[in-house]
Design a protein around this ligand. Structure first.
Ligand code: AMP
Ligand code: MG
Length: 493
């Protein structure tokens, strides 16, 4: 099959989206191009050499076979229902279907106002574009499901926020941009109109349709709810073990395909803080690191409520079925979390007896304010017997409490069942050396705002192999100095 654009979502009709006209910018310039993603997609040409692609990625002129639309959705923002949101600063060019039949939304973020802009300018400053590019690509390299970044283009036009900033547009690639909030719009704002059509569409696009026959209730909505339950549980478990704080887990930022989306106020923790929360607008800590598993459970419950009328005609049966599925979430989260935590700490599995050991490690990280990423990496180098040959001793000093704890840890490790090299290989794959640390992202953004993109390119490049040491890692892997610490992040809308 020849790769190319298709428009199945636009085909659902005018209730779901609105045609989007181009809103040209004056002086588009390519900032970043993701050649390896382009190759994986089977995208031919690059905006470097194909001026029409640069024009298209700047939103100036559509590419052939694209059908730009803005989609409508709703969502709970910080727990408050907003009956209509939608792509206020994003344009969906269409779905790119690869040679093997995989389908991805190609979306321009920051390409101008749409029918859903609610008075906003539809634009994005360069800072949030760079942040999303860097962090989403790093997340991909860390094996976390995520939307991807294909390109970043400077518009040559200013964007007015607290200050005047250079504008930019991100080309985002996602399995789809369909959200809990998309279902909410049809179920709640429109009182059930078209929600069945939407659910059938999502199930056909994102779920294993063989499950339709297996599910006792047989309903597409139940299949959807169950697969979203599994995806959310797995995704949030992965965030937790990496110390990733999303920062704005509104239902419109929870994708049904289970990819991480919206890198606005996100941050990885540096030193371990069990209450880590970075977003300047999250004053109550609703989306703090420890609350993420519970919040995604809540988002799942919102989805369940929207799907009730489709799950069964009988209200009681519908509620019971939905509740059973939503109740699977804690155990699924726990299973993924324990599995990955065991891998990170170099144990074959976490047994009930191990909880004091694991808690003891976290307690030391918290009281000694140790760097979360480097502390787990220290365990990895010790377990692999590679500490002395690695740059880690220059990056991480081990307090006595941790050395003492490690005696018990080594004793427990000697009781591991199974192949030792498999266990240490798993440690290597779960404990990154490099994460996109706030201070590095911020410094790269500062450079980009000053017209120097090289530092961003270097950060993106380094993020592509997070589990391997490279020369220069004393800079990329080190924890920030106290004066460099970024403790607050901003949405950047
Ligand atoms: P976000 O915080 O990025 O999840 O955005 C929440 C909602 O606000 C979405 O519907 C966005 O499309 C919309 N939005 C954010 N920034 C802008 C902007 N500059 N112009 C128009 N709409 C925006
Ligand atoms: Mg959003």
């Amino acid at each position: 099959m020849t790769p190319g654009f298709d428009h199945s979502y636009a085909g659902l009709g005018s209730a779901f989206s609105t045609a989007q006209a181009s809103d040209p910018v004056s002086a588009p310039q390519l900032l970043l191009w993701n050649a390896s993603l382009a190759e994986a997609l089977g995208w031919s040409g690059t905006p470097n050499t194909h001026p029409e692609q640069l024009q298209a990625l700047a939103g100036n002129r559509p590419l052939p076979n694209t059908q730009p639309i803005a989609t409508v959705y709703a969502g709970h923002q910080f727990g408050q229902y907003n009956p209509q949101l939608g792509d206020g600063r994003a344009t969906l060019l269409g779905e790119w279907v690869t040679a093997s039949g995989d389908r991805f939304d190609i979306q321009l973020k920051g390409a101008g106002p749409t029918a859903y802009s609610r008075g906003g300018d539809g634009r994005s400053p360069i800072g949030p574009v760079i942040r999303e590019y860097v962090v989403s690509e790093a997340m991909h390299a860390l094996n976390v499901p995520t939307t991807r970044a294909l390109a970043a283009v400077a518009t040559g036009e200013p964007v007015i926020r607290n200050r005047i900033e250079p504008g930019a547009i991100l080309t985002r690639v996602a399995s789809s941009h369909l959200r809990v909030g998309t279902v909410q719009y049809f179920a709640m704002t429109r009182g059930g109109d078209d929600v069945a059509e939407l659910v059938d569409y999502v199930v056909a696009r994102h779920c294993d349709t063989a499950k339709l026959k297996e599910t006792p209730s047989g309903s597409a909505a139940a299949v959807l709810l169950d697969s979203v339950c599994e995806r959310f549980a797995k995704l949030v478990a992965h965030w937790q073990v990496l110390g990733f704080v999303h920062g704005v887990l509104n239902t419109d930022n929870a994708l049904l395909c289970g990819e991480t989306i919206d890198y606005g106020p996100c941050a990885f923790m540096d030193h371990f803080d069990p209450q880590a929360c970075f977003s300047s607008i999250d004053r109550q800590g609703r989306y703090a690191w420890p609350n993420q598993p519970g919040i995604m459970h809540w988002n799942l419950a919102v989805l369940a409520e929207c799907l009730l009328p489709l799950i069964a005609a009988d209200t009681e049966i519908a509620q019971q079925t939905a509740q059973e599925i939503v109740d699977r979430y804690p155990a699924r989260f726990h299973a993924h979390h324990q599995h990955w935590l065991a891998a990170k700490i170099g144990l074959d599995e976490l047994k009930a007896d191990d909880s004091a050991l694991v808690q003891g490690f976290h307690d030391i990280l918290a009281t000694e304010q140790l760097d979360f990423t480097l502390a787990f990496r220290w365990l990895t180098e010790v377990a692999n017997d590679t500490l002395a040959h690695s740059p880690l001793p220059e990056l991480f000093s081990v307090p006595d409490a941790l050395n003492d704890w490690a005696i018990g840890w080594q004793a427990r490790r000697s009781a591991n069942q199974g192949d030792t090299s498999t266990i240490t290989a798993a440690m290597n794959q779960m404990n990154p050396i490099v994460i996109p640390r706030n201070h590095l992202v911020q410094r790269a953004i500062d450079h980009a705002e000053a017209g120097e993109i090289e530092r961003v390119e270097a950060l993106v490049r380094r993020g592509q192999s997070p589990f391997q040491w490279h020369s220069g890692d004393l800079e990329w892997a080190r924890a920030p100095e106290p004066a460099e610490r970024v403790t607050r992040t901003f949405c950047g809308t």
